[in-house]
Design a protein around this ligand. Sequence first.
Ligand SMILES: NC(=O)c1ccc[n+]([C@@H]2O[C@H](COP(=O)([O-])OP(=O)(O)OC[C@H]3O[C@@H](n4cnc5c(N)ncnc54)[C@H](OP(=O)(O)O)[C@@H]3O)[C@@H](O)[C@H]2O)c1
Length: 212
Amino acid sequence: MTRIAIVGGTGELGLGLAARLANANAEIVIGSRDTSRAKEAALRSSTLTGRHVEGDGNLEAAVWCQVAILAIPELPSDETLLSLKPALDGKLVISPIVPMVIRNGLFSPGLDSGSAAERVASLLQTRVAAAFHTVPAARLLEVKKPLDYDVLVTAETKEVYAEVAALVSSIAGLRPLFAGPLRNSRLLETMTPALLNVGKLNGIKHPSIKVV
Ligand SMILES: NC(=O)c1ccc[n+]([C@@H]2O[C@H](COP(=O)([O-])OP(=O)(O)OC[C@H]3O[C@@H](n4cnc5c(N)ncnc54)[C@H](OP(=O)(O)O)[C@@H]3O)[C@@H](O)[C@H]2O)c1
């Protein structure tokens, strides 16, 4: 079983991914800056799925894992990322991070150029991919309900994409699609504010995507 750490897994996306991946037979540790918060979240996730999920500090989770999902808010500080660098050296790191701001009641991209995923890659210097930007956490948390979404993935090489694709497709109802190299991550990160605006302006709750 793959050992997956969800850094910042106490938030909605982390909890949702923990629940779905635990059901997909991965070993999961939810990470947090506060170990007791991680343990509470792990208990919540275990209760939700009936599968054992652990909780620990972000660093301990990063040391233990083979794959880390950075379910942390937009623009984590360099300090946050660099504190995990030695633990994540040589491992696969997946960024679902969406830099986003609200202007006049609507969502806009939070970066003028580049992407959170490229920044993560330049700081961590390991295998980094970007994925899950358009998967609504609220739907992941409805563990009894099926999903039916596409997950666009950027990764520097096809080999890294294949690793992420295997993880994405281990969750029933998610189809991975290759969206090109990491420099294309900005395109994925800006899809989320676009979708949220469409949802807000057209009364669609938890909008997501499927490519047809
Ligand atoms: N929510 C969604 O539907 C969704 C969908 C797709 C992508 N995303 C993206 O996925 C990421 C996580 O989303 P979320 O909604 O779960 O986020 P969130 O609830 O805002 O934050 C997740 C966790 O990050 C930790 N955190 C907060 N500030 C931090 C900091 N300065 N440094 C390090 N850790 C910090 C907190 O955990 P501790 O306090 O326990 O450390 C928090 O519970 C975001 O980048 C978001 O844009 C979200």
